[in-house]
Design a protein around this ligand. Structure first.
Ligand code: KIV
Length: 277
């Protein structure tokens, strides 16, 4: 009983993230989509685990984030929450609301955010957009569901923009983004992801908000950083964007391990007598 109380006390909350910003303590965020990875991330001390709709790309092999469904996101979210709970229980878990689960109306968005929160014990949902979804953010936060915003490169709008290039490089778009960030904060979001925008602009947004900014390809001036876990582990041999720091080459490591296993099985040297009953 005592240990359960201690675990809950350590759990990262929206309040804790605000404190971290005010103390200048950086916030670490990574994506995860399954139980095993969530256990590893929580044990390693990650502050926030994002069950990103990037699962559509890196888990399911789609070209974009658009095809993933709310049921699939809930499936990933349940596994991740179970992983965190099986370890220290410290990491906050945020779930991406998938494309078309919140854009039709604020009422439907609220229903779907509620569905995501009710299915498992996650902490918050994340939505892409600024002024256009202000009312939606307000309705969801008004009922007590924490919302993380997402501005800059918004992968769910990829067909509108036609490319994954850096956003808000021109003054007008930069001003709009700054304004959108203020609107997202005023609507009740507890944090906002800034994806692929110039570092100078991200630092300015960070200074002008009281809520934390979490950057991805947005420079060191943000209050925290998020990356896709598959990218830092080097699981994709072809994907090496400038904003990713690849800490390992697991694609090669796993390939070598599997190759060795295949040879051992073919050569009849696995299993040995020690590995048999
Ligand atoms: O879906 C995702 O993984 C994301 C992060 C990259 C911010 O939205």
């Amino acid at each position: 009983m005592e240990s359960t109380v201690q675990q809950k006390a350590a759990h990262v909350t929206t309040r804790r993230l605000l404190d971290m910003k005010s103390k200048g303590e950086k916030i670490s965020v990574l994506t995860a989509y399954d139980y095993t990875m969530a256990r590893i991330l929580d044990r390693a001390g990650i502050d926030v685990i994002l069950v990103g709709d990037s699962a559509s790309n890196v888990f399911s092999g789609h070209n974009t984030t658009l095809p993933i469904t709310i049921e699939e996101m809930i499936y990933h979210a349940k596994a991740v929450v179970r992983g965190v709970q099986a370890e220290t229980g410290r990491s906050m878990v945020v779930i991406d609301m998938p494309f078309m689960s919140y854009q039709l109306s604020s009422e439907e968005a609220l229903r779907n955010a509620g569905k995501i929160m009710k299915e498992h014990e996650c902490d918050a949902v994340k939505l892409e957009g600024g002024r256009l979804i202000a009312e939606t953010i307000k309705r969801i936060t008004d009922v007590g569901i924490p919302v993380m915003g997402h501005l800059g490169l918004m992968p769910q709008s990829i067909y509108k923009y036609g490319s994954y290039k850096v956003r808000a490089q021109e003054e007008r778009e930069a001003e709009q983004l700054l304004e959108d960030a203020r609107i997202v904060e005023e609507s009740g979001a507890f944090a906002v992801v800034l994806e692929k925008i110039p570092s100078k602009l991200a630092a300015e947004v960070t200074r002008s908000l009281t809520i934390p900014t979490i950057g991805i390809g947005a420079g060191a001036g943000c209050d925290g950083q998020v990356l896709v876990v598959n990218d830092i582990l080097g699981l994709d041999r072809e994907f090496h964007p400038r904003f990713v720091r690849q800490y390992a080459d697991l694609s090669t490591v796993i390939g070598n391990v599997v190759g060795q296993y295949v040879r051992d099985v073919k050569d009849g040297v696995f299993p040995s007598s020690d590995e048999s009953y």
